[in-house]
Design a protein around this ligand. Structure first.
Ligand SMILES: [Zn+2]
Length: 384
């Protein structure tokens, strides 16, 4: 056995911990670039907390997904203002943008030099400027991952900036920030969290540390995602989901993902669809395909055992089988009103190019076992 584990330097979790953001920021810098959503109203409380500690703030708000242009513009703004700290406040897109800006503040040159696929994938060499990540959704775990997903509309793909140097200096997770998330966003982000706990748990790169993180997260999603969807102010359910999201981020950053995310990346680049909803539409079909492939090509049956463990954690039933787990996921996806991929414009004509792109995606390498092009095409057809 050999494994590595790395994460954010410091993690602070709990209802109300946002109020610690001011003093924590004060320890990391004097002038923060606050990367947040547009309109930036929701960050007002954070700005008050920073002001109370004498931390100057320059706000950079953007809507939609971060692109290379957004990150370059934000970096120029931060440099011009003399920022020595970057704070991401929002969902995964805001946090990823903040992480990318913190790295570019110290690693000079054009962002494209460091991007995979569309750039030269040069490694980042200088430690990033301190980054404080404060998620306001419960799903991506981006506060503890070491990549930043950026959209490239010109290429219709999403690419990652990847480096251990992207790990934030501080992840501050306050479940209270998720109380007002509308049900549709609770569903899509929560199902991303679920996927990011199942995929690392069955991954061929899993290790005992990540397995245990996934187990804790799966138990919590199992009991909390339905209740959080139906009643956003259910404090216990929101706390469970915020923690499950964090655990998923810790697990995926160290054990990788699988075929769901292998497909979600090219689909997200080509179609305007919420990442979590895409994952949810694919998830039961990927579980089925992996189980079928394992039956055919995995004599020791470790993948079947792993999926049975997932099923027991999600259902709380100690006799649940791998198939029961798939049924449970299917029922939850229906309860949370997640449509098929056709809703976002994906059709039969896109199957061949998406299979080709998914087969090359980095997440695919962590799938429990390699899937054939026919198996991948079948997953996509089932998910339409
Ligand atoms: Zn995801």
């Amino acid at each position: 056995m050999r494994f590595e584990f790395s994460t954010a330097t410091r993690i602070v979790f709990g209802p109300g911990v946002l109020r610690e953001a001011g003093p924590a920021a004060r320890q990391l810098g004097r002038h923060a670039l606050v990367v947040t959503g547009d309109p930036p109203r929701r960050a007002e409380k954070l700005l008050d907390l920073l002001a109370a500690e004498g931390v100057t703030a320059t706000v950079f708000a953007f809507a939609g997904e971060p692109t290379a242009e957004v990150v370059s513009t934000a970096t120029a703004r931060a440099r011009g203002a003399g920022c020595d700290l970057v704070i991401g406040f929002g969902g995964g897109s805001r946090l990823d943008a903040a992480k990318a800006v913190s790295a570019l503040l110290t690693n000079l040159g054009d962002l494209r030099e460091y991007l995979e696929v569309i750039g030269r994938a040069e490694p980042l060499t200088q430690p990033a400027a301190p980054c404080l990540a404060i998620p306001t959704t419960a799903g991506t775990g981006a506060e503890v991952t070491r990549n930043a997903v950026l959209a490239s509309p010109a290429h219709r793909i999403k690419v990652s900036l990847r480096s251990p140097l992207l790990l934030p200096r501080l992840a501050l997770i306050d479940p209270e920030l998720t109380y007002d998330l509308p049900p549709a966003l609770t569903a899509s982000t929560g199902l991303d969290a679920l996927t990011q706990l199942i995929e690392p748990r069955v991954s061929c790169r899993a290790n005992p540390l990540t397995d245990n993180l996934c187990a804790e997260g799966l138990r919590r999603v199992g009991r909390a995602l339905g209740p959080a969807f139906h009643d956003g102010h259910n404090a216990a359910a929101r706390e469970d989901m915020a923690l499950a999201s964090l655990l998923g981020g810790l697990a995926l950053a160290n054990a990788g993902l699988g075929a769901v995310h292998g497909f979600a990346s090219p689909i997200g680049g080509m179609f305007p669809a919420p990442h979590g909803a895409v994952c949810a539409a694919l998830l039961p079909h990927v579980m089925e395909a992996n189980l079928r492939a394992a039956r055919l090509r995995q004599p020791k049956g470790e993948t079947r055992r792993n999926y049975a463990t997932v099923a027991r954690l999600l259902t709380g039933d100690t006799t649940a089988t791998a198939e029961d787990g798939i049924r449970w996921v299917r029922a939850l996806v229906a309860e949370l009103q997640i449509p098929g991929l056709r809703t976002y414009g994906v059709g039969r004509e896109h199957v061949a190019p998406l299979v080709e792109a998914a087969a090359r995606a980095s997440s695919m390498k962590a799938n429990p076992l390699p899937l054939t092009a026919d198996e991948l095409a079948d997953i996509l057809l089932q998910s339409l």
